[in-house]
Write a protein of this length. Sequence first.
Length: 847
Amino acid sequence: MHTIAVLIGVFALACGCGYLVVRHAVNSTIERQALTVAEIVASQATTARSVYAREIADKLTRDGFGPNVDSARLPGHVPIPAQFLKMVGRASSEQSHRLYEYRPVSRWNLEPTQGLTDDFLRWAWPQLEAQDRSAPAAPIEWRAVSRIETVQGQRVLRYLSADAASQQSCAACHNAYEKKPEILARRLSDGVPAGKQWQQHQLLGAVAISIPLDKAQQLAGGQVNETAVFIFGILVASFSAMFWFNWRLSRQERSLRETENQLKSSELETRSANALLQAKQGVERAFAELSTYMRGIDQHAIVSVTDRRGRIVQVNDKLLEISGFSREELIGQDHRLFGSKAHGREFFAQMWDTLERGETWRGTICNRAKAGGLYWVDSAIVPLKDASGSVDRYLSICIDITERKRAEQDMLRMATHDSLTGLVNRALLRDRIHQALECDKRTQSLAAVLFIDLDQFKAINDSLGHETGDSVLVEVARRLQACVRAEDTVARQGGDEFIVFLPHLPDAHGAGVMAERIQSRLSLPFVIDGREMIVGSSVGIALFPEDGQDADTLLKNSDSAMYQVKDAGRNHYTYFAPHMNQLAADRYAMVSELRGAAERDEFLLNFQPIIGMASGRIEAMEVLLRWQHPQRGLVPPMQFIPLAETSGLIVPIGEWVIRAACAQIRAWRAAGLQVPPLAINLSAIQVHHKTLVERIAAILREMEVGAGALEFEITEGSLMNKTDEVVSTLRRLCGLGVRLAIDDFGTGYSSLSYLKRLPVDTLKIDRSFVMDIRSDAEDAAIVGAVISMARSLKLKVIAEGVETPYQLEFLRALGCDQYQGFLASKPLSAIDAARRLTQRVPDDTPA
Ligand SMILES: Nc1nc2c(ncn2[C@@H]2O[C@H](COP(=O)(O)OP(=O)(O)OP(=O)(O)O)[C@@H](O)[C@H]2O)c(=O)[nH]1
């Protein structure tokens, strides 16, 4: 109640204040508007009077009818402007139904009605006069004077606005008027100074305006009331809303209090209900969680249930998805339907042991899908018990790990196999040998390791590129696998080295048979990208148990045997013999000594004269490299040149030879000798070396001996892979100005057409043919054929290894051009060669 009383009080106060504010605002608006109206009326009146004086009264004055000092009394004359203003004022008041009134007034009044007749005019007029005095004879910014008065109980705006002499004629007329005797008298009686002199702009009179405000207020009253009603309405609505809310609140408060009481009275009941509710919610939550887990398991796991006998009774979609079977195809089937044969009996026996003990079995299983593909799962198989406690079902929950298994298998494969050929690598090979030997030891069987190294494979890489080399290796791997039995292992040791392991051999001879088979398969031409090439191979054999009891020893010994084959000229096979290990050790030692031989000045050159058949003179000399070893003595070329070739040292050593030969030419020339061309041997490795021509050109430039001073001999064997690259190298070499000879001619397989393409000048018949000319008719025929072929190709022929006069005469008779051999001279030291050159006598030719 108290609140309601306060609200009503506030409401009443708000209404009263609102009304007063509105009322005050309306009154001050009315007063401001009345003042504006007074300004407009005063301006209209003085303008009308001014227009009348200037436009009408002036004109009529010139016609004799205008106003003059006496015109008020003269018939036919228009009134003076002040009278005109008075008339207009009166008419306007009537026209506006006395909304406003005005009339001209002055202290120097023409008529009593125009004088300062009341308090307002007597108060306001001096204020206009004060402005008039402030600026004599100049246009003045007149300020009107006004105030609100209560006249006969009515509020009225009183307003006085100056009406100055707007024209000189106004001042003149008024001055004339002031001079009239009766006016002078009247001024005296009115107490006003007589004979006033007027000037233009001076205050002649003023317009007095009255505007009754009450009338306007009556009109505005309606507006005030409407506004008040509006505000009142808003207030009523607001207060009603407040009352309503207040009422609602108190009702709710009441009902809360009642509820509180009820709750208090049934507290015990509520407690037990709450306990029940919580229990129910707990059960619901557990159910929700369980079904979420089940959904999760169902989405990610492969789930199946089998009965005691292993028959499938339930499967989820994941199992159908991975196995490719439909639900109908699986339900009722034995779970062995998924068997992949990847697991042995033991695996399943152990599984059933665990399950029959009522325990969960965990493990990885490889299964087979309907389409035949394998998949791997990580499984947990849980035995489910019936009410009596005995196992009646098995729940299997599996996760697909096929991807992981495949990745593991890939990684295992990468770790155990060669990526290029797919063959077993050295690590797995060792493992396999180890396992097989364990078995062979028990059964006392034989086994063999065959070490296969391709011959001159580097030349294929250098001349045809690494990719072609790779293709050859892949093809070699394929051919090797085609040669062996299922239980044998073919591995790639690295580079161009392959191992074939033969376990359980019936006898040692079997290993040799296999080596022959392999070599004959590999000797068939390889065709890569349309190019045909021949690849030889060298095979070393180590036998178990006599050559080694373990994998490493067998591998090492087969390697030594293979090196023996290389040293013996390649493209053969041999069984290991104990001395070979010593030879292998020697080989390694010699290679490392060979490496610094040039720097240690251990190389020297020998020169073997080549004699012209016709001239009997030395027409060239073959340059022969010798190695003077500090401990080993003079090492024969046959011992160290193959080592230099296999180790790649032949390239720098070959360069050393060319440079040293050039240096010798310069020295001999400096000594005044006439030096014939020197013939230098180039090995196959050098011929296939990419920068051979550039290096020779650089040496020739550096040594300044002239290209004609050198000839190069290339063995027929080094042209075996008859490639365009070799032809191009030889052509560029010829382009330098040097001459080319084919060495050991007859030992290779050069075709006539190929010979024609080569830019060679000379063929050197191999000593093996010359040696037996007398005893071997076939050799004699070959030599004859070579010489006649060379002649037809316009090539020079040199016979090597001429040791007897018979041989010499035989060759001369066939038309051979030059010869060399012990008959003419052994290889000579530089000093002896120089001496021989100085002789230059026909006795070069033995009689
Ligand atoms: N294309 C190819 N070449 C390889 C690979 N691994 C090694 N090689 C090359 O195989 C060549 C092996 O050369 P070697 O066995 O030393 O010598 P070779 O030229 O066969 O001469 P010999 O064995 O003495 O008859 C080298 O040039 C290696 O760079 C490979 O994976 N691919």
